[in-house]
Structures are given as structure tokens and as C-alpha cells.
Design a protein around this ligand. Sequence first.
Ligand code: GLA
Length: 606
Amino acid sequence: MTDFTVADDGFRFDGKPVRLLSGALHYFRVHEEQWGHRLAMLAAMGLNCVETYVPWNLHEPREGEVRDVGALGRFLDAVERAGLWAIVRPGPYICAEWENGGLPVWVTGRFGRRVRTRDAEYRAVVERWFRELLPQVVARQVERGGPVILVQAENEYGSFGSDAVYLEWLAGLLRECGVSVPLFTSDGPEDHMLTGGSVPGLLATANFGSGAREGFEVLRRHQPEGPLMCMEFWCGWFDHWGAEPVLRDAEEAAGALREILECGASVNLYMAHGGTNFAGWAGANRGGPLQDGEFQPTVTSYDYDAPVDEYGRPTAKFHLFRKVLQEYARRPLPALPPEPRGLAGPVRAELTGWAGLGDVLEVLGGPETESGVPPTFEELGVDRGLVRYRVAVPGPRQAYPLGASGLRDRAVVSVDGVRAGVLAEGSGPLPEPVAGPAEVELWVESLGRVNYGPRLGEPKGVTGGVLHERQYLHGVRARGLRLDAFEVPGAVAAVPFGPVVAAAGAGDAGRTGLFRGEFTVEGAAGLGHAGLELPGWTRGFVWVNGFCLGRYWSAGPQRILYVPGPVLREGVNEVWVLELEDAGGPWVELGPGAPVRTGTPGVVQP
Ligand code: GLA
């Protein structure tokens, strides 16, 4: 029987000392047919282990509707085939720049501030989920011949709370569910974080991007013995919409990696390969000293300035890391697998079909509700997507400012069918005052739920009210449009598309809507990827052959969306664009894709 243990002086595999050279790769951010290639890249870089989170909300979007937990098992099997060990971080909270930090909206909507605490009802749903999920992990533990050597309890809990009762209970639950490999926690190397996040008897690890010696010193104050491990070595960082891209110099990052290894520690590169936040699953942050300030939604790409870029290609960082890791790997490193081939471009996809948002909502939307105050997305059961709110301004009455309080996140507003402005959190009222009687429509989009800090799980929608002067406008009709609805086979075909010329003549309506078109690919077999650009388009989602590439937004910095090669077909391919603000084109362009990270390395993460 093989076993993996935590000894006073380090990790041991079958009694022999071993150093973990691990890299993060989230199976849910990479197309399944590309797992093998990406894992081979990690092995070629000199890693002996891969780490993944598990997003609860992807697998149980509605209570009791558990979907494809087998994906985790299939990924772990691919890890084994690649000759790597695996570290699993099942949460239930994962942070990860992922919508709601991985918590389903039905959980945060129901329990609010009680999530990630000892609350009995919250614990009951976590327990149910873990009992569904963990068999995938348990059967693949190293003692049963599988690749899994370590499992994490919670995630950076010390950056969030101090409920030791909850944390200990969670560790006990993992054990009860059959997890027998060593458990660990991971936290920032700060006294309050390590105090809040550690569990007696569990290995504590630290997360940082630089300053290994100082970081490990702090960790040692809390854990005098045992293996040293940096569980998240942030070798790059992520981007927010509307902000400068964050880059990290490759030489400097390689130096920081060397420092970790010189301390005798194990490491997990976060990220070794980042991938993509497909289908609107990107999360968001809030700035400020209490992490409850300015709203900062995360972009679709999760390239992360990682050594293996979003397109699966080795970067300068890859080659420098490989050199460092080679010294510690104590074996010849495998050769790099062939570099993925991009679409020879450019190819233009003309969009010839169009349907207004109202018609799309008729076919794909949920039922319309009517209530005094506007329901939240949570109350309507919308995780990713939008909600149309309609409310009347009574009249006759004179013109007053009209706005929405507690708006999350962005609303395109019309008054009597005419575009009246775009509102965002804290943006103030519409540019022009509104007189009554009038019919007001707000199309509100969630730009991703906060995944870190005290605002984790805050609800979306008009969470205050629609205000005319100081008066709430009550009697609101609301209807949700979940992004999931587009995935149902045949659903989009039922939308009454007209010719796209109708869009041009449709006044304000033609500025938004669902657009449909085609493009042709030759030599699709074996294609690694394409990049898709939307010149002149403003904000929305795009699908290729029914696969949702994610959100696009002219706010930048991301301009090109990653299209996985396996999504492309030989011959005719279909594209849909859901524009929520102001259409461009009517075409989109496909090409070979571009390096996501260009520019001068600038400010780095903490
Ligand atoms: C923390 C979290 C990760 C991720 C990183 C930043 O360390 O644990 O999930 O959010 O920050 O990328």
C-alpha cells in the first residue's frame, strides 16, 4: 500500500522524503478535451503535482440538481495518466475569482451572513453536498492507487472569519466522508489569518506572491514543526474590467519561486495554467480597506500571467520556471507536448438574424412576478444572467430625477420605450428627469458575484428600489433570463429571429438583442484554438456552437475571447451574440488569438 504522510520534517511518500512541486489548474476553466495537453505542459515544466478547486455552484446551480460531479473524477483520472499527484480543494467556499466564491446563489440567498459559520442549516446543505461530491475524491486517494495526496478544508478562512467551531466541524465532515489523506488549511502569512484559519491537528500552509523567508517565519510561529508549503505562490494575477492589466515580470517571479524552494519548502504555483471563466462564471472583488468598497468585476480570461498562457502555450515565465524546477526535480524533465495550433485567420462571421431582448425573454425567460418591491436575482433564482424590471411612474406628475438604489450591477433603462440611460451602482439618477405617467424598464445584469471578503454573497438586482424623487415606485413586474436557458438543446432555435436589417430599423430596440450568424472553418480537426473579437460591440455574451465563451465588454482590458479548438467544427459554425447595451458589426471576427498579456510589467499583486 502506498501512503503519503505529513512528518515533522516534511512530506513523505512511502516513508521517503518528498517535495511537492505543484501547480494549480482548474478543470472547470479548461475544455475537457484539452486537459491532457495542459497537464503534459505542467509535467514538462517540472511539476510533480496538480491542484484544483471544486466549484459547488457549477455542480449544483439549483438545490438538489447536482450536475456532472463525475467531471472531477475524470480530471483526477487524467492527472493520474499524466503521472502527477493531485491536491483537491473542495471548499465549499473556494474564492478563486469565481462567481460567489463557488457558493450557489440558493445558499447565499437563503443564509446570507450565516454562510461559512456554524449555522446548523448552512452546515446541513454543506454536508449534503460533500456526501454527493466526495466519493469522486475518496475513491482516487493514493492509498487506493489514485493520485490524491492532500485535501484542503475551507479556503483562506482566516481572511474571512473566526468561527473555529465551523472549521473543526468541516474537517470532521471530510473525515466522515472517507477522506483519509492528510488534511490542510491555507491562509495568508499574517498572525490574525493563521489564527482564524488553522485547525489544531491539520497542516497549516501559507499563500503569498513573494517574501518566502518572512512568510515562512510567520507560519513557523504558528506551526513549529511539519512541512513548509506555499499553497498559493501567486506567480501572476488576474484583471478587472475597466482597469489596467496586471503583469508580473518573469525573472522576478522565477526569483521568488527559487526563494521558496531554497527554504526547503513545497510549492503550488497559482496558477500554473489559468484558463478561462467561460459562461459568465467570473467573480468580482470589492476594494477599500474593509474590502467592501468599489465594485470590481473580474474579466473572462483567467490567463493570470501564468507560465502556461490561456492558449496553452509556454511563456518566458514557463522557461524560467522550468530551469528553477529542473534543479529540484532530480530527474530528466519530460519534453514539451506540441504547441496548440491556432485558427489561420481572419474569418468574419456575418450576423444575419436578430431578435429583440423582449422576444428572447418571452422564449427563454422565467415567469413574470409582480410584487411591491423589486425581487433580487436570488429571489428569482437567477445566478448568471439578467432581469427585466418594469414599473409605472404614476401621473400626471412633474418631471423628477429617477434612479435605482442598491443597484447591482448595471441597468439599461428605457422610459416609454425610449433609451433613457445606463445606471450602475452609485451612478446617480438618469441624465434627464422623468415626468409621469410613464412606463419604466430596467434591464439589469449581474457582472459577477463578489468572491472575497465581507461582501461575499451579496445579492444582485435592484436590491433597494426604483426611486422617483424620494418616493419608491412600488408594484414591480420582474422576469429573469438565466444564461443557462441558452444551453437547453433547441431553446435558442425557438427564438423568433428576423433579419438583422430589422435591428437597424428598430430604433432603440435594435441596439440590443440576440444576434445570430455563421462562419466556416476548414481544417478544424486538431485545432487548438481561435480568438474571437467583437469590434464596436459593447457588453454581453457570445456563444460558438452553443458553447458560451463568456462575457465581452468594451470597458477592456480584455478584447479577445478564447475559443477552445474542440468547440469548432469542420465547415459551418454557428455564433450567437447577446448584446445588452449597444450593438456593433453586425459581424464578429475570428483569428488565431493573441497573447493576452502585452505591455510592460507593472504593479504586481500584494
Ligand atoms: C486567494 C484565494 C484564491 C485566489 C487568490 C487570488 O489566495 O485563496 O482562491 O482568489 O487569492 O488569485
